[in-house]
Write a protein that binds this ligand. Sequence first.
Ligand SMILES: [Zn+2]
Length: 354
Amino acid sequence: MNSPRVVFLIEDSLPNGRVGPELTPMLWSLIGEGGWNPNGGVSVLASSTYPNHATFATGRDVASHRIFTNDVWDGERFVCSSTVGPVGDTVFLAAKRAGRSSAAIVGDQTMVGCMGATDADVHWPPAGVLPATVERDCLGYAANSAVIEQLASSSALDADVLYIHMNDPDSTLHLFGPDAPETVDRIREIDDDLAAIVEMLRPRWDDTVLFIVSDHEQEAVNQDLEPINLLEELDHAGLPGHAHNEGTIGIVYDSPGAAVIKQLGLIEDAVDLDLNEDGSAITLAWSGQGRVFGRSNKTLAGQHGSPRTRTQVATVSGGHAAVGDLATLLAARRPHATDYAQLIATLLGLPLNR
Ligand SMILES: [Zn+2]
């Protein structure tokens, strides 16, 4: 079997339940050519964008690549995870060591840092900075049309492994919520954006393995519920730790542990994502349906982060001979976000370190 070109395309926030002949006819026809898991895949926790993209690039869970939430604690303050990047090996580094080419064209510019994509042969936006003239989506990220334009005008399509990130649907779901008519209409339009990308892949279709996934879903923000401020909750309870509010989760570094955090008012559940040598933990906490952490996160109609938004779209298609077996694999068991980078490494013979 010849070595494929692997394209890994993320439609950010695309709800698995919206995939079908009605709203996503292009994606549906691709599923017909390959396959999927109808129940979807499983994101890493937090079910946020940057932890999952770091996992897509590394094949490892958050405790290994250290991007636990979109913002991470650097020892002094919370900073955007794009400024630190994933710890350890990535598909881009492994491709370089194997003499294979890689590319990443991403609609959310910060993803360049979160995935370590400056190590790819081709990446865009350059150095993770969105050029001022680029067309934007409804929340100010690069529009899908800008991503399509970059694919057409760069050498990204020639790469052995290509990551493509479409930021919209995420922006639309945040702005209008997962169930709004505007969202449903936009999902249909975004499927046309996908069709334009697939058209560009068709000339080498027989060489191509195309994974199309999402990173998480979203839940409707309940505007009647008071947001949780996890910093204040810790303070009031006299507990140690550095807390950060994000979407429908809060995270505590140097925390007393999930069993203690779970006892805080309004916290529904918590899990330790990692344990420190001194016995403290990195703890992720969430509340009930639709309740956000941090007042600023209430300004949007849709949010994510909690286990309720953990389902990922999980599909594979393309004309390469490996697609049939990959479709069988995806269908046999709900894939985990950690599975894909290792699958890509196996397909291309990349020495990806675990
Ligand atoms: Zn996302």
